[in-house]
Design a protein around this ligand. Sequence first.
Ligand SMILES: [Zn+2]
Length: 168
Amino acid sequence: MNYITHSLGGVAAGLVVIAAGNITEPAQQATVMAGAVLGSLFPDIDHRQSWIAHKAPVAANITAGLFKHRGAIHTPVFVLIAGILLSLLNQFWLQNRAYPAGIFIQGFIPGMISHLILDTLNVQGIMWLWPLSRKRFHLLSIRTNSVMETVVCMVLGACLYGQYTKIF
Ligand SMILES: [Zn+2]
């Protein structure tokens, strides 16, 4: 999926976290949302032509050099590792700082999960069982930037608008 669809997936993940966690403080809601949208775009750091790669070219060049696109970075195990590392970083280093990193991470990880779910709707799929199996799973056969992706993007946008007006 392209970065617009993934961002909407990130917004959806952010809304779920805000609603489930009953987060009412506007600054905290904004931090969760920022984390969720960034998390939703992050896995494509393994693709040099992605939106996030253009924003962080050095990181993208290193990551894309080490990992195949839709490889290890696009797996639940990687999300789990990222979650553990970010939580440790927060617990031992960031927690005493002014910036509310913990709440950002609460959005970032679900945002990453939304990326995996949306990429599963693409024909290429992702390796849900890695490292046990390299088999790629896909639920639909949507091609990135196709008319079908635009339809998914518009439906997602409409649903989010409805949910947004309910929550806020
Ligand atoms: Zn992707």
